[in-house]
Design a protein around this ligand. Sequence first.
Ligand SMILES: NC(=O)N[C@@H](O)C(=O)O
Ligand code: NI
Length: 165
Amino acid sequence: MSRIVTAIPLTRAAFAPFGDVIDTDCDTHYPINQGKCERYHDLAKVEAAGENARVLVSIFKGTPYPFPLKLEMVERHPFGSQAFMPLSPAPFLVVVCHDTPNGPGEPHAFITAPGQGVNYKRNLWHAVLTPIGEPQDFLVVDRGGDENNLEEHYFSEPWQIRLPA
Ligand SMILES: NC(=O)N[C@@H](O)C(=O)O
Ligand code: NI
């Protein structure tokens, strides 16, 4: 079986089983501040569970990866969601897997549009933050708390993730 996956453009519909797309292409927006600001409202479901759970807001300064990407590992966060919102208008790679009785299944790869972010559902298998071509900073919203919130899975054989032509 080929272990090559080519990324497709990120859309709300395609990503819905995995989490939320964070962008302004939505109908949940309305003016605030006497019309001087437009609020794009409630774009992602933030989950934070466990003892002393709280929501964290952080900045990740990501280093780009070479492509095609050699995907050896995916991870998940059993106690919370994780959102990545780029602070610069460049695409990045999103790779997610459904869980199976034998661990993560085949990777699904998406390339974001410039300015699009994602929110991974709680306990979703995903590749680590993967900028493309240049360093990129992200605002990250995820969970803090007492329990260990990181589980890693190393594939028996790596996958190759390609960018669209
Ligand atoms: N470990 C960490 O904070 N980052 C990862 O969860 C990631 O998804 O990049
Ligand atoms: Ni993560």
